[in-house]
Structure formats: structure tokens, C-alpha cells
Design a protein around this ligand. Structure first.
Ligand code: ATP
Ligand code: MG
Length: 655
């Protein structure tokens, strides 16, 4: 067990994981990223970012790289002007790449569309012209409430082109969630679809908009894509069909350059820890960092790669790594509308095989789901085209990392575990393929140009082997520029905890291993205090997932009369795993063996599902309610709210 030193510690460092994978010479020889980038960035951070900004086309060059005089409100590339959509589309066409495929789109029912950069240019221009004709002007807000169809991307880029600020709301959210987001941003237009496909059937989407906009005075129009053909209610004058409004519009449009700090979008965080916050991002710095990280972390070769990020555009990953990063880098990418098990559990692998995808970026939750479904499913497909695979959203358990590398990455593809947040806009801590020695479960180190540290309660950096809080101690180009309409909440949430030092506090716990690599340990709100030890939920979950029978685990601290808090775990077993007579004892002993008796769960509950947000994060606060026999809290941002009923029922019947 870890010794408590005199220095204050946020977290005990319990789990040991020693496997390491250096890059192959072959990969390193062709990698975009190089080790000297770290030295270059350390020597002069601002000069380094200025060089990255040269990746983009600027109509007017900046006069100052960073203005931090109004901290914590940053201004990057002061005085610079650019058009984000021009950078993502037109300039590639002008450089002779109009015929290159931008998007291989796969609909859930099996319909497909191939969209070249020229096609994308035409579609974005038509959309921009149509929005202008509706009276929208730079600075206005537009809500986008669409499934994963190409029109979602056209809409975002049309907004960017016109200087409209988009607010994408996940297509699975309720009318109420949509209403509060429209209201908060005072959007004038909602772009939606009649319906969307979900697990093989067409379900209504516009109906939720109809309900929401009865109470949103700012909405002037609802623009509706016909996706499923299902019946919809129609408000004459307010509602407009996409095919009657956008399609007839001109496919020519001259982009205007906007200030580097012009608002690009508002995106509400996933609400894992509380009420969603409207995170504001601007243009020049955001595009610089999404472009730079996408190029280096995924080793993108625009002429050869086929890239696939499985996120929804309603999540920041969809903004930065489907729309802005990849398109600014002229990627050819796959966009898939549906769920991973429609019509069968091999759908992702089938798509990778079909398009010969070479880069695949997904979430740990999905990897654990694939593990649960069984190894035999990916084994039926040819995944040999994959050369870089990535994850985002939660700490990845070492066992899930190894499974991913073995079964999806052929035992050789670099796995990039990327840590970042809606607030950071782009990847911050991640290995660089071809440069970094990988460790399963570790996001390793801040990228060149980024500065992150693990600190104790007093803001002092902990030493090797120490645990604490992850902070960002230097501003970065794609950092949030505030919370929409709430300056105070911005200061409170991110800058108050380490106000003295001027650090941005991310809300996550982390540790350094003996080599100084960074391991994310989950949210500090989730940390358990057991008999005076601060234990991370992530470490106990990883210990559980390392048992061959466990596919997924969620751990919470529940009030306990003797230990203060006790570890309560919820586990999902792997496909085909036999529960055995005393699975609970088996797993408790396993945890004790892996990390020590202090972390031994008081209770282990086998459940069919876990409560997750739309972006796949486990909502531990709801499980804490179950563990402490409380009424279950707000479930509006759950992907499937019936999961909590399933869990409660199972527990009541003693299953
Ligand atoms: P809210 O802030 O409303 O609770 P959220 O934090 O879930 O919502 P996001 O911005 O989508 O919304 O998630 C960012 C968080 O996801 C990070 O703070 C971290 O906890 C987690 N995360 C993302 N990537 C990783 C990763 N690679 N390793 C560990 N944790 C990660
Ligand atoms: Mg957060």
C-alpha cells in the first residue's frame, strides 16, 4: 500500500501496470510527429503555436500570438482574420483536390453517399445562401438538432462560413433539453429532421422540436431535412423543408473573413457531474489546435488514409475530430449514422473492411462493449488496414486497451489514449504515435505546446509516483473562452480552485508513474475516501475489468458506518462468462490481490447495463444514489433512462 508522505495527496496511487510498447522503427520512420517538437515548443511556446497556425489560410495575419492580459479570458492570434469553412473546404478544392472524397457516409439502413470536397463546397455554399436568405447574420445563433447525416456537417460549416454561432444538440436529447439550450443561446433557427433511425426503426425527431419551440420566443424558423419520410406536424410560415429551401439555392458563395476570436460555437458539456455548461469556442485558435492535434496524434496522411471517428456530432469529439480537425486537414473520412449493433454486432468491423479504414477513434465504453460481445465478432472481418487506433471520453482500463490493440489493432497499431474536454476544445494529453512508448491505461504526456501538471491540494507539483489533481498551467489556443452568458460561473468552475497559481483546474484526478507518465484517475468528485485513503474509482474499475469474467465495471463510494465510505461495484460480465457460484467473492478477492485489501469492494452487484451519458460516460452519481438507497437524481442526459429501472429492479429481486 502507498505510504502517506508528509505532503498532502489527493489520491493514493494503487494500481500497478508495467507493460510498455515502444514504437516500431517502421512506424517512427514515417510518422508526422517527431521528438524534437517537444524541445521546439518548450523553447518558445508562442512561436510554436504561431508555426502551427500557419497550417491555415489567414486573410489577415495576426499581430500578436497570445493576449493573456484579460486572464482567464484568452485572445489568440490577435488581429488575425480567417474563414473557418474556407479552411475546411474551399482551399482544398482550389488546391486541386476537389475530386477527393471528403465523406463516405453510411446510413443506418444501408444507404450510402459519397461526398467529394467539391460536393461539400457546393452543399455548404447552398446552405449558407439559404441561411442568409432567412435573414441570419454573423453573430446570430443557430441550433442544430440532427442525426448523423451529411446535412449536419453542411449546417455546421455553413454557420462557420457566415459567422453564425452553432449550438449542436444531440439528436437523442429530449424536447426539454433542446428547449433549455435554445433559450440559453437565444437561437433564431433550429435545423432538424423529420425523424431518425435508431436500431433499425424510424423514430420522430421534429416532434421534439415542435414541443420545444412553443416556449422559445427567439426561434423564427425550423428547417427540416426529410430523412425518414415519417409524418410530421407542420407550422406554415415557421417550418421549411430543407429540399425546398437549401437545394434550390445557389452553389456559389464568397466567404467573408472573421476575426480570430469570432465565436464559432457553443456546446453544452455532457452533464456527467451536474447541470450542462454552455462552453464557448472561437475560431482561429480552435482551428489551429484541432488541425495540429488531428494531424499529429492520428498521423494523418491526407492522400492515403481513411479516417473514422465514431463520435456523434452532438459531442465535442464530433466537432473537433469529425468536422473541424479532419476537414481542415483534407482527410477522407467515414461518417456512420447508426448504432454499432445494427443490424449486427460486427457493423463497425464491416464498415472498416468495406472502406479499408486506416485510423479509428472511439470511446472506452464501446471497446468494453465489444469485449462483452466477444472476440469472435471482429475476428470475422479484415481489419488489416487499421494503422492507428484511438480512444477518448474516459480513462481506458489497461485490459480494455490490450484487448483493443490485440483484437482491433492486430497487436501492432499504436493506441492513442487522448485526454481532453469540451472545455479544452482539442486533445491535450496523449501519446504521439511513432514517438511515444505506450503504456496501457496511460495518456502519457501533454502534447508539444501544451502544459499540464499533477498537483497536490496546495498546487505544488507531486513527484513521480504521486497522485493529485490535473491542472493546465499555461493557456492553449483552443481553450474555452467562457461559459455562454455566465462569466462568474466560468471563473468559479475552472479558475477558483487554484486561483493563487492561476491554473485551470480540469476536475480530474491523475497520477504520475515512476517514469513520470500521466495516468488519469477519473473525476475528483468520484474519488472515494475509505478508512482515510483517497481511492480512485478508475483504479478499482480497472482491477475488476482485468478479471477474465468482467467486461465493464462501475465503482462508487457509499456511506459506511465503519470506514466512512465503502467501495460498491456494479459489474457487467463478458459474453459467455459463467457467473459461477460466488462471483462476488471471486471478484472481491481479485481486487484485493490486484491493488490491496483497502480497495476491496463491500458489495459487488452484477447488472445488465450501466447508466451512461450520450457520450458514453458512466454516471456514477446515479449509482451512488442506488448504493445509498436514495431517490435517483436527474436522468435527462442519460442515453437510455430505462437502464436505472433495470438496475433497481434487478437489485430488488436480488439478482
Ligand atoms: P460535465 O462537465 O457536464 O460533467 P463531461 O465532463 O462528462 O460533462 P466532456 O467534456 O465530454 O463532458 O468530458 C470531459 C471529461 O471526460 C474529462 O474531464 C475526463 O473526465 C473525461 N475524459 C476524456 N478523455 C479522457 C481520457 N482519455 N482519459 C481519462 N478521462 C477522459
Ligand atoms: Mg466536464
Amino acid at each position: 500500500m502507498t505510504e502517506q508522505s508528509g505532503q498532502s495527496k489527493a489520491l493514493d496511487n494503487l494500481l500497478r501496470e508495467n507493460r510498455a510498447f515502444p514504437p516500431s522503427d517502421e512506424f517512427a520512420a514515417q510518422a508526422n510527429a517527431t521528438a524534437p517538437m517537444f524541445d521546439e515548443a518548450n523553447a518558445d511556446r508562442e512561436a510554436f503555436w504561431a508555426k502551427q497556425a500557419e497550417r491555415l489560410h489567414w486573410d489577415t495575419k495576426w499581430t500578436q500570438v497570445l493576449d493573456w492580459s484579460g486572464a482567464p479570458f484568452a485572445k489568440w492570434f490577435v488581429g488575425g482574420k480567417l474563414n473557418v469553412a474556407y479552411n475546411c473546404v474551399d482551399r482544398h478544392v482550389e488546391a486541386g483536390h476537389g475530386d477527393q472524397v471528403a465523406i463516405h457516409w453510411e446510413g443506418e439502413p444501408g444507404d450510402t453517399r459519397t461526398i467529394t470536397y467539391s460536393d461539400l463546397q457546393t452543399e455548404v455554399c447552398k446552405t449558407a445562401n439559404a441561411l442568409t436568405a432567412l435573414g441570419l447574420r454573423a453573430g446570430d445563433r443557430v441550433a442544430i438538432y440532427l442525426p448523423m447525416i451529411p446535412e449536419a456537417i453542411f449546417s455546421m460549416l455553413a454557420c462557420a462560413r457566415l459567422g453564425l454561432t452553432h449550438s449542436v444538440v444531440f439528436g437523442g436529447f429530449s424536447a426539454e433539453a433542446l428547449r433549455t439550450r435554445i433559450d440559453d443561446a437565444e437561437a433564431k433557427l433550429v435545423i432538424t429532421a423529420d425523424g431518425q433511425y435508431r436500431r433499425g426503426s424510424a423514430v420522430p425527431l421534429k416532434a421534439a422540436v415542435d414541443e420545444a419551440v412553443t416556449q422559445t420566443p427567439t426561434i423564427e424558423h425550423v428547417l427540416v431535412v426529410r430523412r425518414t419520410g415519417i409524418d410530421v406536424e407542420w407550422a406554415e410560415g415557421r417550418d421549411l423543408w430543407w429540399h425546398e429551401t437549401v437545394e434550390p439555392a445557389s452553389g456559389e458563395h464568397t466567404p467573408e473573413a472573421f476575426d480570430a476570436e469570432h465565436p464559432l460555437f457553443i456546446l453544452y458539456t455532457s452533464g456527467t457531474t451536474g447541470k450542462p455548461k454552455g462552453i464557448l469556442h472561437t475560431s482561429g485558435g480552435y482551428l489551429t489546435q484541432t488541425s495540429y492535434t488531428h494531424y499529429n496524434v492520428f498521423d494523418l496522411k491526407a492522400d492515403n488514409d481513411v479516417y473514422w471517428c465514431t463520435a456523434d456530432i452532438g459531442w465535442v469529439t464530433g466537432h473537433s475530430y469529425i468536422v473541424y480537425g479532419p476537414l481542415s486537414n483534407r482527410a477522407t473520412q467515414i461518417v456512420y449514422e447508426g448504432t454499432p449493433n445494427t443490424p449486427h454486432e460486427g457493423r463497425h468491423w464491416e464498415i472498416i473492411q468495406k472502406y479499408k479504414a486506416s485510423i479509428y477513434y472511439t470511446a472506452p465504453t464501446l471497446i468494453r462493449t465489444f469485449m462483452k460481445w466477444g472476440d469472435d465478432i471482429p475476428a470475422k472481418f479484415d481489419l488489416s488496414s487499421l494503422r492507428v487506433i484511438g480512444t477518448v471520453g474516459e480513462p481506458i482500463n489497461p485490459e480494455a486497451w490490450i484487448w483493443y490493440r490485440e483484437h482491433i489493432g492486430a497487436g501492432s497499431a499504436p493506441v492513442v489514449d487522448t485526454w481532453w474536454q469540451t472545455e479544452t476544445g482539442a486533445i491535450m494529453v496523449s501519446p504521439l504515435p511513432g514517438v511515444t512508448t505506450l503504456k496501457p491505461g496511460s495518456a502519457i504526456a501533454p502534447l508539444p505546446g501544451v502544459s499540464a501538471k499533477v498537483v497536490d491540494d496546495d498546487g505544488n507539483e507531486v513527484g513521480k509516483g504521486g497522485g493529485g489533481y490535473l491542472v493546465l498551467d499555461q493557456p492553449w489556443p483552443s481553450m474555452l473562452r467562457g461559459i455562454w452568458g455566465d462569466e462568474e460561473r466560468y471563473r468559479e468552475t475552472y479558475w477558483k480552485r487554484f486561483a493563487k497559481q492561476g491554473f485551470y483546474f480540469a476536475g480530474d484526478g491523475a497520477k504520475y508513474d515512476e517514469d513520470g507518465a500521466i495516468w488519469l484517475l477519473g473525476r475528483v468528485d468520484d474519488v472515494m475516501l475509505v478508512s482515510g485513503h483517497n481511492i480512485s474509482t478508475t483504479e478499482v474499475e480497472s482491477a475488476l475489468v482485468s478479471h477474465p469474467k468482467v467486461a465493464e465495471a462501475a465503482v462508487v463510494g457509499a456511506t459506511d458506518p465503519t470506514t466512512g465510505q465503502a467501495v460498491v461495484s456494479f459489474v457487467i460480465l463478458r459474453g459467455g462468462a459463467d457467473e459461477g457460484s460466488d462471483i462476488a467473492k471471486e471478484l472481491r478477492d481479485h481486487v484485493a490481490g490486484e491493488i490491496g485489501p483497502i480497495a476491496k469492494p463491500r458489495q459487488i452487484l452484477v447488472v445488465p447495463e450501466l447508466p451512461k451519458t450520450r457520450s458514453g460516460k458512466i454516471m456514477r452519481r446515479l449509482l451512488r444514489d442506488v448504493a445509498e438507497n436514495r431517490k435517483i437524481g436527474d436522468v435527462t442526459t442519460l442515453a437510455d433512462s430505462s437502464v436505472m429501472d433495470l438496475i433497481s429492479q434487478g437489485l430488488n429481486t436480488g439478482k
